[in-house]
Design a protein around this ligand. Sequence first.
Ligand code: HEC
Length: 162
Amino acid sequence: MEMNQMMSKLMLTVLLLSVSVGSAAHNGHDHGGSEANKTVIYRQSVFKMMGWHFKAMGKMVQGRAEYDAEDFQRRAKLVHALTQMVAEGFTPNTQDADAETALKDEMWYQKNRFDGLVKELQEASSELAKLPVTADKNELRKPLGRVARTCKQCHDRFRHPL
Ligand code: HEC
């Protein structure tokens, strides 16, 4: 390997190490710090962000916040991007995590059904994100409702009440 290449590889290693040490220190107590616990926290963070943006969108469509078409579309795209980050949070090893979780055990016996809802969430949110920024507020109600129904279906079936 060329010297330059070796140096940059080494520097990347050092950099990556410092990042991971940084986050462990930041966590303080990290529920044992297992990969499984980190994965549970990861998926909850994804849903938290999704909830944040989706709530803001809902408020606009319901007239509880001023409608800003560009901001709506920006959030719709973020929600859609987040839906693509969900699956990775449900690896089998998380069944043994001791981090608190609201996931019902039956998900593991109905994984196909769960995966189907993730897919539906991706499609519904993609439809919403693709609407032109010129769309009338009233045109948003139906696709927004489709997404909201998917959230609810999955929560009713696979999430313990929070
Ligand atoms: C395919 C199933 C599924 C879909 C679809 C889904 N969720 Fe969830 N959601 C879950 C599960 C399971 C949890 C609990 C995760 C845990 O505690 O480990 C959760 C947790 C949450 C949380 C709490 C996060 C926390 O820990 O603070 C919020 C907020 C949330 N979801 C919002 C949404 C919104 C908004 C949508 C739709 C845009 C949505 N979810 C769609 C399964 C789903």
